[in-house]
Structure formats: C-alpha cells, structure tokens
Design a protein around this ligand. Structure first.
Ligand SMILES: *[C@@H]1O[C@H](CO)[C@@H](O)[C@H](O)[C@H]1NC(C)=O
Ligand SMILES: *[C@@H]1O[C@H](CO)[C@@H](O)[C@H](O)[C@H]1NC(C)=O
Ligand SMILES: *[C@@H]1O[C@H](CO)[C@@H](O)[C@H](O)[C@H]1NC(C)=O
Ligand SMILES: *[C@@H]1O[C@H](CO)[C@@H](O)[C@H](O)[C@H]1NC(C)=O
Ligand SMILES: *[C@@H]1O[C@H](CO)[C@@H](O)[C@H](O)[C@H]1NC(C)=O
Ligand SMILES: *[C@@H]1O[C@H](CO)[C@@H](O)[C@H](O)[C@H]1NC(C)=O
Ligand SMILES: *[C@@H]1O[C@H](CO)[C@@H](O)[C@H](O)[C@H]1NC(C)=O
Length: 375
C-alpha cells in the first residue's frame, strides 16, 4: 500500500509530458521488433518498457476505479498465512498506533476491508472492556494486521462499562451484539466475541463463522494443557447472528468474574439449533496478556449456584431481557475502534426476570452481591 502511494505520486509528476512522448515512440518499437538489430534493439526495447511502465502508472488511477466497479470476490484460499506470527506485547502509544495504521486504509471506527476484492467474511469484533487501556493498545497493534491478513471485512467494537457497578462480561457482549447492529445494519453477519487480553498466534485460525458456534480460544498460553477445561467456551467465540439469537445470547445476570461462559456453553449444547465446535489446539493458539485481577471485577461467589438453576431462566435471561437494563452514554468512532460506552443498571438486570424463576434465597443473595460490590 506504501508502494501504491509512491507510484501514484510519481505518475502525477510525469503525467504532464511523459505520456504523449510515449505514444509517439511506440511505433518504432514495433518496427524494430520485426528487424532486431543487436545492441540498439535492446536499448530501444528497454527504454520503451520504461516509458510503457510510466504510461501504466499514469493510468493506474483509472484502472483502479475500473477494478473497484467490478470487484471480484476474494479468493477462498488466502496465501501467506503464518502458523506462528510474531507477537509484540509492548504497548505502543496511541500516537504510534494511529501513525502506523493510518496508512493501511483503515476507516474511522476501526473498519477495514480488502481493497482489491470483496471479502467473503464480514465480521464484527465485539470486546467487553473496562480500564485496560494498555491491553487495548497491544490488542489493536497485533490484531488489526492479523484480521487484515485474513482479508476480513471487519470492524472492532469496544463495549465499555462505566465505573460504579460490578463488571458484567456477558451483559456487555449482548449489548455489543445489539448496539453494533443498530450502527451497521446487516453489514456484518458474523460476530467474534473477544476478550481484549487474548492475542492470536496462528493466522490459520480464520475468523469466520461456521455451521456450529465456533470456539476459537482452544489453546491459551496461560493454561498448562492449553484448553482451560473441557466445557470452556470463553475467550474468543464466533457466532452467526442467527446462532447468537437462537441461544438468547449470554446470560445478563452474572456480575463479577466467572460463570457466564459456562452458562453459554450449556445454552449452546442444550439447544437443538446451534451446535458447538472448537478449532484444533494447534490452530486455536492465543497468548494471554498477563495481568492482575481487576478491582471492579471480583470473583462471583454465587456463580456455581446460579449456574445450577440457570436453565429455568434461559428464555428471559439474555438478549430477550436486555431492554431497560442499560443506557448507551456515548458512541465514539476513533480511528482504530468504535467505543460504545454504557451504564449498566444491576437492579434492572435482576428485575427483568420473574421472581419465581429464581430461588428466593438466591435472588436475595444476588441482590446483595450487586449492591455490595459497587466500586
Ligand atoms: C461472490 O460471492 C457471493 C456469495 O458470497 C455470490 O453470491 C456471488 O455470486 C459471488 N460473485 C462472483 C462475481 O463470483
Ligand atoms: C488482493 O490483494 C492481496 C494483497 O494485498 C492479495 O494477496 C490477493 O490475492 C488479492 N486478491 C485479488 C482477488 O486480487
Ligand atoms: C509500526 O510499524 C513498524 C513497521 O511495521 C514496526 O516496526 C513498529 O514496531 C510499529 N510500531 C508500533 C508502535 O507498533
Ligand atoms: C472458514 O474457514 C475455514 C478455514 O479456512 C474453512 O475451512 C471453512 O470452510 C470456512 N467456513 C466457511 C463457512 O466459509
Ligand atoms: C498449544 O500452544 C502451545 C504454544 O502456545 C504449543 O506449544 C502447543 O504445541 C499447542 N498445543 C497443541 C496440542 O498443539
Ligand atoms: C423496550 O421497552 C420500551 C419501554 O420501556 C418499549 O417501548 C420498547 O418497545 C421495548 N423494546 C423491546 C425491543 O422490547
Ligand atoms: C440495593 O441498593 C438499592 C439502592 O441502590 C436499595 O434500594 C436496595 O434496597 C438494596 N438492596 C439490597 C438487597 O441491599
């Protein structure tokens, strides 16, 4: 893409006088090709090639416009994918990041698509977020190039929870799913639900959707055996719009760390519609950025108990129960991502579910929990 700019620059300068000269000198070349005369022949051929190249450059813009008008589908084989890519865990500054990526044809909001073909994969990357600025910079620095190499048509959404309530990953992912569609309409039919601290290592791990829900984070550096545990569905997972809707999304009611992705796994596997699949361990490799536990995201002590009775609430605890549980405070389109900044109302989240679907004791505990741990 750098080269492209350079060429257009040169062509612009030469376009005033070079083109007519070149047109004139074409005829002699053709004559000489019929009667080659040793050294002179090579001189003429070489110089005419140079002039021809310049001529092509002059017409470059026109050619490009023509190409855009009849953009072909990208090839289903993507060349040059690396099985082990270099990962840079040093957080760059925002200025460095923007300077580096402004040349890649990225559009405001962290949107990108291949220039020379129509991507087969249209994916919204949804990231629940709070207070992890340096992780975000590492993520963007590594993953923008990764997504671009896979020739995705994509956009990165950061769903940020306002301070003051306990972090709720599942709820934020549901919000991202719903709010991104309000912004983009049907532009993306595939959703990557992605933690900000996971950096993909293998470019063969294609961010597309498949017939079943696809769990991507099969092999995370932090876990000895790679896979956290057999029923793990967290970290990174791919859903079509239909798949996510058919499981009613994540549960909304898990405040604090843990439980929500086990609940999701149950939803997927107990649902006749959406099946569960996982990429192989050598493909689904991720480096986890090391960090301390966030103070606004304490381990949820009730998560196991909540999970046990969760099946009763599945129909109402999820996308269907989202209404009135949050307020979008602001939507920012930065160069490298779109930020959806939300205020979450924990009491409204719990109240959206009929009381008889909780145990009485449970509901009391949950209310206490979301109240107690305001940070
Ligand atoms: C491109 O792919 C779409 C399906 O993704 C297909 O409907 C369309 O015909 C394809 N276009 C070309 C030019 O192959
Ligand atoms: C589009 O460009 C990329 C490199 O920028 C290349 O790998 C790919 O083959 C090209 N696709 C088409 C359809 O020309
Ligand atoms: C910017 O890109 C250059 C060249 O690809 C790379 O060497 C450098 O590390 C990048 N800077 C940052 C901040 O990532
Ligand atoms: C997704 O990508 C994989 C790997 O390239 C490919 O085998 C699979 O067919 C793709 N799935 C779809 C639905 O295109
Ligand atoms: C899991 O990833 C690690 C590197 O992070 C790699 O050494 C290991 O071979 C992978 N496991 C499998 C089964 O491929
Ligand atoms: C959400 O609730 C409001 C009233 O509180 C209602 O007008 C709206 O239709 C509801 N939206 C959905 C999708 O249920
Ligand atoms: C939780 O806090 C709200 C006000 O923020 C209060 O009205 C309610 O009684 C509290 N509930 C519990 C169970 O502490």
């Amino acid at each position: 893409m750098d080269g492209g700019e350079g060429r257009t620059g040169r062509a612009g300068k030469g376009s005033g006088n070079k083109q007519p000269r070149c047109v004139k000198c074409r005829d002699p070349v053709f004559q000489i090709t019929r009667k080659p005369k040793g050294f002179m022949f090579f001189i003429v051929v070489a110089s005419s090639l140079v002039l021809l190249a310049m001529n092509i450059n002059v017409n470059m813009d026109k050619l490009l416009y023509k190409k855009i008008a009849i953009l072909e589908n990208c090839s289903d084989v993507i060349y040059g994918l690396a099985r082990r890519r270099m990962i840079n865990l040093i957080p760059p500054t925002w200025a460095e990041l923007e300077a580096n990526f402004s040349k890649t044809g990225i559009q405001l909001g962290g949107r990108w698509k291949p220039k020379n073909c129509t991507s087969r994969i249209h994916v919204a990357i949804i990231i629940p977020f709070r207070d992890r600025d340096s992780h975000l910079r590492v993520f963007l620095n590594n993953m923008h190039p990764f997504f671009q190499k896979q020739e995705l048509d994509y956009r990165i959404y950061i769903v940020e929870q306002k301070a003051g309530t306990i972090f709720n990953r599942g709820l934020l992912l549901n919000i991202g799913f719903v709010e991104s569609a309000k912004i983009d309409g049907d532009a993306y039919d595939c959703f990557a639900l992605h933690d900000v601290d996971l950096i993909a290592e293998n470019e063969w791990n294609i961010y597309n959707c498949s017939e079943k829900v696809k769990h991507m984070a099969a092999n995370i550096s932090k876990f000895k055996s790679g896979l956290a545990y057999e029923k793990y569905s967290g970290g990174v997972a791919m859903f079509t719009k239909w798949q996510y809707t058919s499981v009613n999304g994540y549960p909304n009611t898990y405040f604090g760390w843990g439980g929500e992705d086990d609940d999701l796994y149950e939803r997927i596997t107990n649902n006749n519609n959406a099946g569960f699949s996982r990429v192989p361990l050598d493909i689904g490799r991720y480096t986890m950025i090391k960090h301390e536990r966030d103070s606004g995201n304490p381990v949820n002590p009730g998560r196991v108990r909540q999970l046990q009775s969760s099946y009763k609430r599945r129909k109402v605890d999820g996308l269907s129960g989202l209404n009135g549980t949050y307020t979008v405070l602001k939507i920012d389109e930065f160069l490298l991502y779109t930020r959806i900044y939300v205020d979450v109302d924990p009491i409204a989240v719990l109240s959206a579910i009929p009381v008889n679907l909780y145990g009485e004791w449970e509901l009391k505990q949950m209310r206490k929990w979301v109240n107690k741990t305001k940070s």
